[in-house]
Design a protein around this ligand. Structure first.
Ligand code: NAG
Ligand code: NAG
Length: 316
């Protein structure tokens, strides 16, 4: 039997699965809207929350983001939690992802430089989340992403602002593809699957798919062949298990059940099983949300339920 004295050392060195939270909700009431997230941070101190801050498809222009007192208050409050790591959002596509890596270099680096102004104004930003990242090598994307990661690791203003030449770097291609050239750039994480249970809109959704995975969209119905099946059958055959620790999986439509014939419904119990399946496969980060990253209190996958299930799975 292991001596108890060793446990804290093991806990500190064992690779845990972090929570990667795309926080696409406005911090109304001077950040009060985000208090459920703060409560989850407090309730799960061993869990690292990587929180993607996104005022307006990026840091926001004048009057937005850090210039907006509500954003400043909300992000300051989040950043004050020792287990929070705030990451700024940028994106590479001018046409909502149809073409990747076509945001002009002066424009994407200006957004990163603007994120680099936040720490001096009281909000510790620790890295950058690059959305609409490439899934293949078209459009000179490998060079574009290499240039971006090099910029993040060497630009003097950015290094000074983030306090390190190793900022947290996350790519979000949103699906599998020819990703190995991007893993070779050694970002902290690549989101290789971003999907839902894929069912019709929730009641009251007004006919829109409020979790953004319409049944006609060809999305992977998350784990419809059993716990871990989306990783084993879709993600790993493409990205390789050796990349698991640098891989993130996001499920942003956890409601109803995962398909017409499914025997698995979205409940807190199933949430725990699916999250354990992610952790057992040594995935670097994950998040489950009921409907679309804009509200964090809706069950079954409220922020509290998702965070405590992930903390428990990491400890198991
Ligand atoms: C990457 O940077 C190199 C060196 O500055 C430059 O020549 C090249 O055009 C850049 N490529 C892309 C796709 O941004
Ligand atoms: C549903 O049941 C079938 C047959 O027992 C099983 O193979 C499958 O893994 C189950 N699906 C889920 C999502 O658990």
């Amino acid at each position: 039997m292991m001596k108890p004295i060793l446990l804290p050392i093991l806990a500190a060195t064992a690779a845990a699965t972090d929570l990667l939270l795309p926080l696409y909700q406005y911090p109304a009431n001077n950040g009060g809207a985000w208090s459920p997230i703060e409560q989850a941070m407090t309730a799960n101190p061993s869990l690292t929350f990587k929180v993607i801050i996104n005022p307006n498809n990026g840091p926001g222009g004048p009057g937005q983001g850090i210039d907006d007192p509500q954003y400043a208050a909300g992000t300051k409050a989040l950043a004050s939690h020792p287990n929070a790591q705030l990451i700024g959002y940028v994106h590479t596509s001018t046409d909502w992802g149809a073409t990747r890596c076509n945001v002009p270099w002066p424009s994407i680096t200006a957004d990163i430089k603007r994120w680099a102004t936040w720490p001096a104004r009281g909000v510790a930003i620790k890295g950058i989340f690059i959305d609409e990242a490439p899934v293949n090598t078209a459009n000179d994307c490998v060079a574009y992403m290499r240039n971006l990661t090099t910029f993040l690791r060497t630009d003097p203003d950015v290094v000074r602002a983030f306090g390190t030449n190793k900022p947290i770097i996350v790519f979000n291609p949103g699906g599998v593809g020819a990703l190995q050239p991007y893993y070779d750039l050694q970002p902290d994480l690549i989101v290789a699957l971003e999907t839902c249970f894929v069912v019709p809109a929730r009641a009251g959704g007004g006919g829109t798919y409020d979790d953004q995975c319409s049944p006609a969209g060809g999305y992977e119905r998350y784990d419809h062949d059993g716990v871990g099946s989306s990783l084993d059958n879709v993600v790993f055959p493409s990205v390789g298990r050796a990349n698991a620790a640098r891989t993130a999986v996001l499920v942003h439509g956890f409601h109803d059940f995962n398909g017409p014939a499914a025997n698995m419904s979205a409940t807190v119990g199933v949430l725990g099983q699916l999250i354990r399946g992610v952790v057992q496969r040594k995935i670097g980060a994950t998040f489950f949300n009921t409907a679309g990253y804009h509200t964090f209190t809706d069950g079954p996958a409220s922020i509290g339920a998702a965070a405590s299930a992930l903390r428990a799975a990491n400890g198991a």
